[in-house]
Structures are given as structure tokens and as C-alpha cells.
Design a protein around this ligand. Structure first.
Ligand SMILES: C[S@@+](CC[C@H](N)C(=O)[O-])C[C@H]1O[C@@H](n2cnc3c(N)ncnc32)[C@H](O)[C@@H]1O
Length: 231
């Protein structure tokens, strides 16, 4: 099925920087995939239990069974499998990932499911002309440390703005929090976002924002932001 309302865009300097980030992400995940194959470890997650606990946090925000869903950075499309097992299959599930191996595996898993559309896409490349889905989910995409906080925040906010433009109702996005737990050592390769800063930036996109900073560390403390459209 062809998705309407999307086109590839021309690049400016910022986009070229972001393309470089995308290339590094492909390399990083390819490396993990070579090592771990079809496994959550390839996605950078510690365990299925932690991944699914994170997924479960999204369900307090909406009812997937009545929605068309866009999962940006879907990995193996495990979120769809999780929703199926919770008996809340979305009306349509569109999964995008930049990584060829992940999308190929996801396509293999859901080849017979007509609700599922899986595409190898880089969010950086796409410009939205019209929303593609009711709800967007973007989990684990903004965790990499670019070794320059300004770059990290710019990247995060531009990705969020793009993703928010692709949905009709809401976007759910997650982050590692600067409010770390004592028990888990700080990691150099991941970026810890300040929820207050991210909230302030998100409020420039919409006044309807919810910050969820109250779930258990898995194993690090994370938070989610829910951005809603003014209807
Ligand atoms: C930590 S994994 C999470 C996968 C999935 N969301 C989950 O929770 O199981 C992050 C995913 O984002 C994808 N990704 C990173 N940058 C991307 C981009 N610019 N566009 C699309 N996907 C991207 C990676 O390839 C990877 O599969």
C-alpha cells in the first residue's frame, strides 16, 4: 500500500548532520544485529520484560484497538506483537525503521497480516504533507549520546516535531532521564534528557502535553512525553 502525503525532501546543513546521525545508527544496530540476531539485545534493550514494561506504559494513554498507529523506529515491530497479545490490535499498524535487517525481519513476521505496513524509512528524510496515522509511537530513538548536549536537544526536538506532524491525535515518545537512579552506573554512550527542558520545548509545539516520569527504572530511569493535537 502506498502512503499518501509523504515526500522526500531536499537537505539543508542541519539535515546533513542528522543524516550522519542516521548513518551511525544504522552501523550501530547492524553491529548488534550481527552479534545477537533477532533478539531485543539487538535493539539495545536489556530484556523482553523491560521492553514490554515500557510498552505497557503507553497503554494508559490511549486505546490502540480503535486507532491507526505509526511506530517510528519500530525495530522488529515487537510493539505490534505486544498489542496483539494484549488483545488491542490497532486498526492499522505502520512500522518504520531505518535498519534494513530489522524491517526485513518484521516483514517476515507479519507477512500475512493485512493490517501491517512495514517500511524501511529514515524519519530524517521525510516531510509530512498530511498525517498518516492517529497515534505515533517513538520508543528508544532519542537515546544516543551525540557528545554535545545542544546537538542532542536539537536532534530530539526536530525528530519530535517531524513525528508530531505525521499524526492526527497524539505522539508518545520516550527518553532516559537526567534524574538517574543511584544503583545503576551512568553510561557514556547514552544521552540523559532533562524532563523539564523537554517539556518546555514540547509546549512550543502544542499546549497539550503530558509528562510521565513515574514508572519503574528499566534498569535506568526513563520518562515519556505525550503530545496531543488541539482538536
Ligand atoms: C532502541 S531501538 C527501539 C525499537 C522499538 N521501538 C522497540 O521499542 O522495541 C531504536 C530503533 O530506532 C531506529 N531508528 C534510529 N534512528 C532512526 C530514524 N532516523 N528513522 C527511523 N528509525 C530509526 C533504529 O534502527 C532502532 O530500530
Amino acid at each position: 500500500m502506498k502512503l499518501m502525503g509523504l515526500r522526500k525532501r531536499r537537505f539543508n546543513e542541519m539535515d546533513l548532520l542528522f543524516k550522519n546521525i542516521s548513518e551511525q545508527a544504522v552501523e550501530r544496530y547492524n553491529h548488534r544485529y550481527q552479534k545477537h540476531g533477532f533478539n531485543v539485545l539487538s535493539l539495545g534493550w536489556g530484556s523482553v520484560e523491560q521492553q514490554e514494561y515500557r510498552f505497557s506504559q503507553t497503554l494508559s494513554q490511549y486505546d490502540p484497538s480503535t486507532k491507526a498507529l505509526l511506530d517510528i523506529g519500530c525495530g522488529f515491530a515487537d510493539y505490534y506483537d505486544y498489542l496483539k497479545r494484549q488483545n488491542c490490535k490497532p486498526e492499522r499498524y505502520i512500522g518504520w525503521d531505518i535498519n534494513h535487517h530489522f524491517i526485513a525481519k518484521a516483514q517476515e513476521r507479519y507477512i500475512e497480516d493485512s493490517r501491517v505496513i512495514l517500511q524501511e524509512n529514515d524519519l530524517v528524510d521525510l516531510e509530512c504533507q498530511a498525517p498518516l496515522a492517529d497515534v505515533g509511537i517513538m520508543l528508544g530513538l532519542l537515546n544516543y549520546n551525540l557528545k554535545d548536549p545542544i546537538k542532542n536537544y536539537n536532534y530530539s526536538m526536530q525528530m519530535i516535531a517531524k513525528a508530531f506532524g505525521l499524526v492526527k491525535e497524539m505522539l508518545i515518545v520516550d527518553f532516559l532521564s537526567v534524574h538517574k537512579i543511584q544503583e545503576y552506573p551512568e553510561e557514556d554512550f547514552v544521552f540523559y534528557h532533562d524532563p523539564a527542558l523537554i517539556l518546555e520545548e514540547a509546549l512550543k509545539l502544542t499546549p497539550l502535553v503530558q509528562l510521565k516520569h513515574d514508572y519503574l527504572p528499566i534498569p535506568q530511569r526513563e520518562f515519556m512525553l505525550v503530545l496531543k493535537k488541539c482538536l
